[in-house]
Design a protein around this ligand. Structure first.
Ligand code: BES
Ligand code: MN
Ligand code: ZN
Length: 499
């Protein structure tokens, strides 16, 4: 969709639909009051009839409002004025966009963005408005025979700003939001693709494609031969069970000062996880095509960062492989040597994510990173701990942890920290190697991070376990694009955007 900033008199806007807010007990927002005045009280008279009282979730489309140029007005319930928060606001936007997209208007003006919300800036509200709209309009069509996205959809949305002094902030919000939304959409598209299409080679091609569009992006793909030379025995052991060759995808965006230390994002790109010889039960196994969502979020964040032309050096690393049972696959008890030299006893071949990530983390040392964040659908235990609301966060540095948590809060894409105490390391003891790849009963999310921790001694590191947040199951099955909003906000903040 196309977004613009609109300003002036709300009642004389030439538009197919003006979206206005109503709080509980029929209380019009200041902007809606202004339109009400222009219509000589038409809106408040209608509300008095009782069709809508302003509770959240309510909507009322009204036509031919006297004294108003807009062809129609969509009244949207926002709930109690004092209790309005971003979650409710987002719901109201999603509802409005859905209704408009399913009806006639190809264009509308949103008059909700100037609502009062505790500690939320106009910039933030506009950004959320666009992200919500794009999330609502997202359609996956790649593998449907009817590839054309459904016709009569909403094409343009104006964001109404009453206070012209905020014009600059509003425009900035739109630019940022559109870039982030495009990143999210790329992440969803890649994630939703099935494992027979989205293979490690496919992801490598997508990275090359991303590089073709931008001279500031250098893309390099390491093949298995090169990984062998580097000694990536852990990563390669996983792909031995697959006919698809593994790829190590490296994307270097140079937007910052030459020589400035980069932020490195490492995303798990397991394009299908059957568990290997420790095979998974078959129920919902199809969802293991989503085991590359971490990698996909690196692609999406990279894209958003490039589109915003952020003045930062950013490196994306995506180790990509399948995890399948095969005569040559890892067997429980096998011992492999990682690139770091540390040996690993593979007690469960389904704990493969950490095996491909540990070598990618060691590889990232060469960039002398300012910080490394890895993103992975790493443990089912994370869903047990946090459900589908928060990503799990673990880190070897308190300041970095705080920074990531704050970015998540700001972006409404939250993470929650779990401890990485030394005591948990004991669970990874092996009689035959430097460590086992599983930590036994209890704290599965933490022991997985403890494993990665052993490969992050040379830099500040944070780990996001997105097993519960990267996709939705059930009737609405689909990728969410998380944590692209968190990561984008993290980068924006690092670039000095404080809004
Ligand atoms: N990709 C899975 C984790 C996962 C499972 C994410 C279900 C989302 C939903 C990972 O590779 C895995 O299989 N982890 C094992 C680890 C265990 C063997 C220690 C798990 O969580 O069961
Ligand atoms: Mn697994
Ligand atoms: Zn996995």
């Amino acid at each position: 969709m196309e977004y613009t900033v609109k300003s002036g008199d709300p009642s004389t806007q030439r538009t197919a639909c003006l979206i206005l807010g109503v709080f509980s007990r029929r209380q019009l927002t200041p902007l809606a009051q202004q339109v009400d005045k222009a219509s000589k009280g038409h809106l408040s008279r209608l509300l008095k009839r009782g069709d809508m009282d302003g509770n959240s979730g309510q909507q009322l489309m009204i036509y031919e409002v006297p004294g108003v140029t807009a062809e129609r007005i969509l009244l949207v319930g926002l709930g109690k004025a004092r209790e309005l928060n971003m979650k409710q606001y987002a719901g109201a936007i999603a509802g409005a966009i859905k209704v408009l997209n399913e009806s006639h208007p190809v264009e509308a003006i949103c008059g909700l963005c100037e609502v009062d919300m505790d500690d939320k800036s106009l910039y933030q509200i506009i950004r959320e408005t666009v992200l919500q709209a794009e999330d609502t309009l997202y359609q996956y069509t790649e593998t449907k025979s009817e590839k054309k996205k459904s016709q009569r959809s909403l094409k343009r949305l104006g964001i109404f700003i009453h206070d012209r002094r905020q014009l600059k902030a509003a425009r900035k919000a739109l630019t940022h939001a559109e870039a982030i939304a495009n990143g999210i959409s790329l992440t969803k598209d890649l994630s939703n693709l099935p494992g027979n299409i989205c293979t490690p080679s496919y992801l490598a091609d997508q990275a090359r494609k991303l590089g073709r569009g931008n001279e500031k992006l250098r893309v390099q793909i390491l093949e298995e031969k090169q990984m062998e030379k580097l000694g990536m025995g852990a990563l390669l052991s996983v792909s031995r069970g697959s006919r698809q060759p593994a790829k190590l995808i490296i994307m270097e965006y140079k937007g910052g000062k030459p020589g400035a230390k980069p932020v490195v994002l490492v995303g798990k790109g397991l394009t299908f996880d059957a568990g290997g010889i420790s095979i998974k039960p078959s129920a919902a196994m199809d969802e293991m095509k989503y085991d590359m969502c971490g990698g996909a979020s690196v692609f999406g964040t990279m894209q958003a960062c490039m589109e915003m032309a952020l003045p930062i050096n950013l490196i994306g690393i995506v180790p990509s492989s399948e995890n399948l049972p095969d005569g040559d696959a890892n067997k429980p008890g096998d011992i492999v040597t990682s690139m770091s030299g540390q040996t690993i006893e593979i007690l469960n071949t389904d704990a493969e994510g950490r095996l491909i990530l540990c070598d990618a983390l060691t590889y990232s040392e060469r960039f002398e990173p300012a910080a490394v964040i890895d993103i992975a659908t790493l443990t089912g235990a994370c869903i047990v701990a946090l459900g589908n609301q928060a990503s799990g966060l673990m880190a070897n540095n308190g300041n970095l942890a705080t920074e990531v948590l704050a970015a998540g809060d700001h972006a409404g894409d939250r993470a929650w920290q779990l401890p990485l105490w030394d005591e948990y390391q004991e669970q990874l003891k092996s009689n035959f190697a430097d460590m086992a790849n599983i930590g036994g009963k209890g704290a599965g999310t933490i022991t997985a991070a403890c494993f990665l921790f052993r490969y992050t001694k040379k830099f500040k590191w944070a780990h996001l376990d997105i097993a519960g947040t990267a996709w939705r199951s059930g009737a609405n099955k689909g990728a969410t694009g998380r944590p692209v909003p968190l990561l984008s906000q993290f980068l924006l903040k690092r670039c000095g955007y404080s809004d």
